[in-house]
Write a protein that binds this ligand. Structure first.
Ligand code: UDP
Ligand code: MG
Length: 317
């Protein structure tokens, strides 16, 4: 099969028939063999009924997964990825903001140009300013942290992947914003971008509030940390812990030296509990030890992580 289109949706009943018609039209015009996988993320409107009707009308091409409650866009994508059978997997939002007319070119970029992943770039956006400005900042940070410098729009819902890529990444929590970073961490380096048309939301409203930016940054921190120290936490906690402990040790040596001088001298009086070095040594040694133990526990957890020995081998003889 040439293409799997995965569409996560949460309360998008009005858009679905139009979107399905449009995708099917594009597929037929280009002679692609395809499947559309709707992932209903616990919609409370009539979306599930609409999907059932669409699937009944075209059972060969339309498949669906329906969650019993709203889990989020990432879990929806992840389940779609597990199910996809096409050589090229395309993800697309259900709200008609992404245009199915982009599919043939995305397909060509994966199959002919050899990209592992191509992300859409909504160069001209039809979103309110309150969303576009923070998005620019967010993308600039994501570019720096991830080291993927050629992407302008990490969170674009319209993306294309080689099937191999989606089978080797796990999208969870709210990590759909960073799929290119996940792919890069999994070893897929050829990540490209295509300017795509963006349209204003026709029906319903956005499902993500302003908390997307706070959560987005926190997730970026988590991913950065995971990719750097995920399987060797001691390298960071051990270092901090040792430095802290050393600082505390030096401070306690100062306290002891001053105390010995004070015992030997008649005129100089040194009170341990009045000294800033005493409190410094106390705090630094306790914190140092805690960092160290955190690293140690982290190592024990990393040792049991199922993906600790997952390597993507590009060639072998
Ligand atoms: N979505 C989902 N689960 C959620 C929230 C959103 O499956 O919990 C879907 C939603 O139906 C849409 C896509 O994810 O198809 C993108 O959502 P939205 O258009 O609200 O995001 P925005 O375009 O505002 O970034
Ligand atoms: Mg949208």
């Amino acid at each position: 099969m040439d293409i799997s289109v995965i569409i996560p949706l949460y309360n998008e009943e009005e858009s679905l028939p139009e979107l399905t018609d449009w995708i099917s039209r594009v597929m037929k015009q280009n002679d692609f063999s395809y499947e559309i996988i709707f992932v209903n993320d616990g919609s409370t409107d009539g979306s599930l009924r609409v999907i059932k009707e669409l699937a009944a009308a075209d059972p060969e091409h339309i498949h669906a997964i329906s969650f019993s409650r709203n889990y989020g866009k990432s879990p929806a994508l992840n389940c779609g990825f597990r199910r996809a059978e096409g050589d090229v997997v395309i993800t697309m939002d259900a709200d008609l903001q992404d245009s199915p007319d982009e599919i043939p070119e995305l397909y060509r970029m994966i199959t002919a140009d050899g990209y592992d992943l191509v992300s859409g770039w909504k160069k001209k956006r039809y979103d309110p300013l309150s969303k576009t400005i923070p998005t620019k900042l967010f993308n600039a940070t994501a570019r720096r942290v991830s080291g993927i410098h050629n992407l302008h729009d990490f969170n674009c819902g319209l993306k294309a992947y080689r099937r191999d890529v989606v089978k080797h990444i796990e999208v969870y929590g709210d990590m759909h914003r960073y799929i290119p970073y996940l792919a890069k961490n999994a070893g897929y380096k050829k990540i490209g971008e295509k300017v795509v048309q963006h349209r204003a939301r026709k029906y319903g409203q956005t499902k993500f509030g302003l908390d997307r930016f706070v959560n987005g940054y926190l997730d970026l921190g988590t991913l950065w940390f995971q990719s750097k120290f995920g399987i060797k936490p001691m390298h960071i906690f051990g270092l901090f812990g040792s430095l802290m402990f050393l600082l505390g040790f030096v401070a306690i040596c100062v306290v002891l030296t001053l105390k010995i001088i004070s015992i030997c001298s008649d005129s100089y009086h040194f009170y341990v509990t009045n000294s800033v070095y005493f409190y410094l040594s106390l705090a630094a040694m306790v914190m140092g030890l805690q960092f160290f133990l955190t690293g140690f526990i982290g190592e024990l957890i990393a040792r049991n992580a199922p993906e600790r020995n997952n390597y993507l081998i590009s060639e072998q003889w």
